[in-house]
Write a protein that binds this ligand. Structure first.
Ligand code: ADP
Length: 650
């Protein structure tokens, strides 16, 4: 096939623009990105070759080779990994398929419009291959898939503008060679970052890629004294000799004794091994000997990746057996609610030459997973007790996955509830801080029988809810559920410390104290005398509500909408609707405040038998109640017209 010029996809162009215009100050990280890609490519080949040895083409010496060239002003990074065929090059290098990258671009656009520095943002993303354009005017990639014909290799070339060229070529060895034609500021003696200098490149490898598990090799020109026939150096006579050296230490950190390792070693390790930009929030180094033997090195990153809850997020830790790499993202080791954990497990009890499927079912893997899950949760409760602010940082980043975990356990493992319930945090009416359920319960006054909660998108909305007034007066604390998943979580929990959860927007509040009993009695009496009125309201609103009731929970507002005790709540219904799942409908109950002046007006209207006016009033009431819940009236125009009519009459 002849040479073809192809356009980058729009999003790729955007990303390239960012790289070419180099908004990221720390440009040297491009090397780590390319070395990581090379190392990943070798992993892939290694893994596939377990079942298909022919792919190795007789060469099992995996390596990455770096060639900085002072004469041509280039830096070449090559690997003998899996390589790519033409379609894979177009697919992997020409497009951005990952929603993580899309999310990144969206964040960038947002940052721009909000005046946030882009530099602060870019550090949170692995931008991968394209980072090469931060230092290069032109990038050439020549690659051949392991096991394919020697003349079926692919050459890809781009200067980072809108397009790239692609053509067929020959390549003797399998794998990928990437050649960077360096921008003028990245070569030469004067350059601050001289990428054609052997020693500078060596430093970068040491700094960013020391633990890469394949040898990263370079050819060094070594100057030494000439030796005479007896091997003694001859004064004043020098020769240069070239020698290939491995520049990364490769020694797996976790094989070194704990006592030898310093905090910085671990912190640096996680950054290198898992392409993290920041040091971890917390890390664990555990060794176990017994029925199963293993070493685990795990961490909680400081920040949640943007795609943590997207389907393209790949959770899982690395698996090794006797320090030999088996697999990159083993999803089956830890439960899904720990999807944010990064790290690795090395165990002689895991078999090397075993298929992914069988490995997933292995008893040893399950045992290790359970033990690690336990120690992670234990560590988290320790942090919760001893370092509140650290725990809150954790919670703000990853709390959602615990909440989803509890919700998901509804259909599976109820154990999850017991494991996680004491680690949950919520905002509350007490103050601006987060509270655990245990703390909430410890503050409950004797007269309070239930754990109250309210849902909305922010504190202000909840604080202005009509139902809040009564509870506030009684000194009952209310949990603020500000994330749509919160309510699902509490629904699944059902109770905490034998106290049931009660939405303040649902069913009967059942406040048991004397005053509430009094109000309840009063309400029942009013309800009795207003039976006709309530029935007429229900009739005139039809299917929109399941019932009209006299309210015990309202103070100054005229109406509110609550959901019945059974079935989804109104905010859950909204969440389902957003997920395009309108099957779940809340039973809406319209509650009317009998102490509000409007109630009397309504009674008068009802008695006047002016059906049209009465119906209008009911519709208005209902729409108001919807608005309080943050839901748009079904017919906003009709609502606006009714309000306008009212104002005209007033
Ligand atoms: P990421 O590595 O995060 O997936 P990159 O932009 O760095 O993103 O790379 C995109 C894809 O290109 C990789 O997922 C991989 O499939 C392919 N790729 C990149 N470098 C190599 C390489 N040296 N050998 C084989 N494939 C590669």
């Amino acid at each position: 096939m002849s040479k073809e010029t192809m356009e980058f996809q729009a999003e790729t162009k955007q990303l390239l623009d960012l790289m070419v215009n180099s908004i990221y100050t720390n440009k040297e990280i491009f090397l780590r990105e390319l070395i990581s890609n090379a190392s990943d490519a070798i992993d892939k080949l290694h893994f596939e070759s377990l079942t298909n040895r022919e792919m190795l083409e007789g060469d099992e010496n995996f390596e990455i080779f770096l060639v900085p060239d002072k004469n041509s002003h280039t830096l070449t990074i090559s690997d003998n990994g899996i390589g790519m065929n033409r379609d894979e090059v177009v697919e992997n290098i020409g497009t951005i398929a990952k929603s993580g990258t899309k999310a990144f671009l969206e964040q960038m656009a947002k940052a721009k419009s909000e005046g946030v520095s882009e530099k602060d943002l870019i550090g949170q993303f692995g931008v991968g291959f394209y980072s090469a354009f931060m230092v290069a005017d032109k990038v050439t990639l020549v690659t051949r898939r392991a096991g394919s014909e020697k003349n079926s290799a692919t050459r890809w070339e781009s200067t980072g503008d809108g397009s790239y060229t692609i053509e067929e070529c020959e390549k003797e060895s399998r794998g990928t060679i990437i050649t960077l034609e360096l921008k003028s500021e990245f070569f030469g003696e004067e350059s601050e970052l001289n990428l054609t200098d052997d020693w500078e490149i060596r430093q970068l490898v040491k700094k960013y890629s020391d633990y890469v598990r394949y040898p990263i090799k370079m050819n060094f020109e070594i100057e030494e004294s000439k030796k005479d026939d007896d091997g003694n150096p001859i004064e004043g006579e020098k020769i240069t000799r070239s020698e290939i050296r491995t520049v990364n230490s490769m020694q797996p950190l976790w094989t070194r004794p704990k006592s030898e390792l310093k905090d910085e070693d671990y912190r640096e390790f996680f950054k290198q091994q898992f392409r993290e930009w920041e040091e971890p929030l917390e890390y664990f180094h555990t060794k176990a000997e017994g029925t199963v033997e293993y070493t685990a090195l795990l961490c909680i990153p400081k920040r949640a990746p943007f795609n943590l809850y997207y389907s393209d997020f790949e959770a899982g830790v690395q698996l090794y057996s006797r320090h030999v790499f088996i697999m990159d993202k083993c999803k089956d080791l830890l439960p899904d609610y720990l999807r944010f954990i990064k790290g690795l497990v090395d165990s002689p009890d895991l078999s090397l030459n075993i298929s992914r499927e069988l490995l997933q079912q292995s008893r040893e893997l399950k045992q290790i997973g359970r033990a690690l899950e336990k120690s992670i949760l234990k560590q988290l409760s320790k942090i919760l007790e001893s370092d509140r602010s650290k725990y809150e940082t954790f919670w703000n980043e990853f709390g959602k996955s615990f909440k989803i975990g509890i919700y998901n356990s509804m259909y599976g493992n109820r154990d999850t509830v017991d494991k996680l319930k004491d680690l949950l945090m919520f905002a509350s009416s007490k103050d601006q801080n987060l509270t655990t359920l245990k703390e909430y319960v410890s503050r409950m006054p004797e007269s309070q029988k239930k754990i109250f909660y309210a849902t909305a998108k922010d504190r202000e909305t909840i604080e202005s809810l009509p139902q809040m007034e009564t509870l506030k007066e009684k000194g009952f604390e209310v949990l603020y559920l500000l994330d749509p998943v919160d309510e699902f979580t509490l629904e699944t929990l059902h109770e905490y410390s034998e106290k049931h959860f009660q939405s303040i927007a649902r069913g009967d509040l059942d406040l048991d104290d004397a005053e509430s009993q009094e109000v309840k009695k009063e309400t029942e009496e009013i309800a009795k005398t207003s039976e006709d009125l309530l029935k007429s309201i229900k009739d005139s609103l039809g299917e929109k509500i399941s019932e009209a009731k006299i309210s015990t929970r309202l103070k100054s507002s005229a109406v509110c909408l609550v959901a019945s005790e059974q079935g989804p709540s109104i905010s859950m219904e909204q969440t389902f609707a957003e997920m395009k799942n309108p099957m779940f409908k809340a039973q809406r109950i319209l509650e009317i405040n009998p102490k509000h002046a409007l109630f009397e007006k309504l009674q008068q209207l009802h008695e006047s038998k002016d059906d049209a006016k009465f119906k209008d009033a009911c519709e208005l009431l209902y729409d108001q109640a919807l608005l309080i819940e943050g839901i748009l009236p079904e017919n906003p125009v009709a609502f606006a017209n009714r309000v306008a009519d009212l104002m005209a009459r007033a």
